[in-house]
Design a protein around this ligand. Structure first.
Ligand code: ZN
Length: 213
């Protein structure tokens, strides 16, 4: 998964410009926190963009000063799987930043031209080379600060063949007792694993939704 950032780096309050009182400063700072993807150049003509509220709109957009194009930026989907073999779950150790060296479920950004299920299967193949049968949707987790929605599907591994891709240092099966909790890369992965083991103990699997603050 390229450049997956559930936790955008906090911007320094010192970098905030403008605002004459604390309330204004706070509002500007908060607004910036919720816009982790700041565009610099127009995708149409390459000129610099300015963030401002266009006419008949109600929030800041990247507006091109040269050609007038308004760039709408919306949350992106991260899709992945919980690959299961017996009582074990497959994790991948990340070979890329952020969280290089930490463990994750196979997941990555959804691509144009595919469904969420197809994206989850593709990422599982790319990152682990695992042969799976995709199961039902399991978690839908909002990561509002990062402008992302993470979706994980249950998946049944068909065999233990693994062929990790370049984004993965190693792929390995873990029982619940072996899960390296302090070395889990992302909170959405941790939350999904917690739901998985809780549901397994309860003997039934549901769909879980939640917000990662
Ligand atoms: Zn332009």
């Amino acid at each position: 998964m390229r450049n997956l950032q559930p936790f955008p780096s906090a911007r320094s309050a010192a970098s905030v410009q403008g605002g004459n009182d604390d309330a204004t400063q706070h509002a500007r700072y908060t607004r910036r926190m919720f816009q982790p993807r700041r565009m610099k150049h127009c995708r149409v003509c390459g000129s610099l963009v300015t963030y401002r509220i266009p006419e008949d709109d109600n929030r800041d957009r990247a507006v091109c000063d040269a050609c007038g194009e308004i760039h709408y930026e919306n949350p992106i989907n991260v899709v992945g799987t919980v690959p299961v073999w017996g009582d074990q779950v497959l994790l991948c150790r990340r070979n890329i930043e952020p969280r290089k060296g930490f463990w994750t479920l196979p997941a990555g950004f959804m691509e144009l031209g595919e469904s969420t299920a197809e994206g989850a299967s593709r990422e599982t193949d790319e990152e682990a080379g695992a042969h799976i049968e995709l199961g039902p949707l399991f978690t839908i987790l909002n990561v509002v600060r990062a402008g992302q929605v993470h979706l994980f599907y249950l998946a049944r591994m068909l065999d233990t063949h693994l062929a990790p891709g370049p984004e993965t240092i190693e792929a390995q099966l873990f029982s619940e007792a072996e899960i390296p909790w302090p070395e889990i890369a992302f909170r959405t992965v941790r939350t999904t694993l917690e739901h998985y083991f809780a549901d397994r103990r309860a003997g039934r699997f549901g769909v879980h939704t939640g917000d990662i603050s």
